[in-house]
Design a protein. Structure first.
Length: 290
């Protein structure tokens, strides 16, 4: 088998590989911009917390309707939004900051979700929910992931300027009458929706990987927000494509393969990134010493 055949044949020969690749493309388009904005708002770990927060809702949907796409999706969205609202309410009315409040809720949510699935299903059901099965994505799941990615893109385009302003200078936004709280709430809804979309393909434990790792890579290669979003989308899709190839040729689990490829790109970005990478810092220091 030639290199070209190894890169193309799996997608040319098998429909499930093509569906998985399209799902990766939709996830990249939807999750990439959200991950960049989470990073710029210093809320990167919030994505991880929210990915676990959807688990009890998905578990309730699983108990009520089995491995139903819509049951688990609606349950995950409801649980994620409830945790986001509760964490925000606790941080506003107590001494806890939002990150600490989210940590408490996400740990409880993760334990509750695992307990519910374990007591009402089997180990295979738990693995499916935690780690996903992107190679088993069907047409209905593909339409759901694509629909969420499209909705996320349209909404982000509509609130892009005030959202970026809130990231960079929230005080100025408030001084000109900007509704920072409203845009923050809309953004949290988009985070939950994209995590639920990722959950359908990668599981709750892997979904945040395709959201945050490409965004972190982009920070080393681009300066402008729009450029970082473009780099994040490209890295996310490339990670999905290469991860699927690794999964196909080496019989490895698809979700972890995709996230590990993204992690490898992140490692390379740390070393070779032209904006703040290790080698760039060494070159800059040598230049100043001269």
């Amino acid at each position: 088998m030639t290199v070209a055949q190894a890169l193309i044949a799996p997608f040319a020969d098998y429909a499930f590989m093509r569906r998985a690749l399209v799902a990766c493309m939709a996830l990249a388009i939807g999750s990439g911009p959200v991950g960049v904005l989470l990073m710029l708002r210093r809320m990167s770990l919030m994505g991880d917390a929210m990915s676990h927060a959807v688990l009890p809702g998905a578990a309730v949907g699983f108990i009520a309707a089995g491995l139903s796409l819509w049951g688990m999706t609606l349950g995950g969205i409801a649980a994620g939004l409830i945790v986001a609202v509760l964490a925000g309410a606790v941080s506003r009315n107590t001494l806890l900051r939002e990150d600490a409040s989210l940590a408490g809720f996400y740990l409880a949510s993760l334990a509750l979700g695992v307990m519910l699935v374990s007591t009402h299903g089997n180990s295979l059901d738990l693995l499916h929910i935690l780690f996903g099965t992107i190679l088993a994505v069907n047409d209905a799941a593909l339409f759901l992931v694509g629909g969420i990615a499209s909705l996320s893109t349209v909404v982000l385009a509509a609130i892009y300027r005030p959202l970026v302003m809130e990231c960079c200078d929230p005080v100025f936004l408030r001084s000109v009458g900007g509704r920072g709280g409203f845009y923050h709430l809309v953004f949290l809804v988009l985070v939950v929706l994209n995590l639920v979309a990722g959950f359908q393909a990668l599981g709750t434990l892997m979904a945040v990987g395709l959201m945050m790792l490409p965004a972190l890579c982009a920070r080393f290669w681009a300066r402008e927000v729009a450029s970082m979003i473009g780099v994040a989308i490209g890295v996310a899709f490339a990670s999905g494509y290469l991860g699927l190839l690794v999964s196909y040729h080496f019989r490895a689990p698809s979700g972890p393969s995709i996230v590990l490829v993204a992690a490898a790109v992140y490692g390379l970005s740390i070393v070779f990134g032209r904006r703040g990478g290790l080698l760039a810092g060494i070159v800059r220091r040598r230049h100043f010493h001269r």
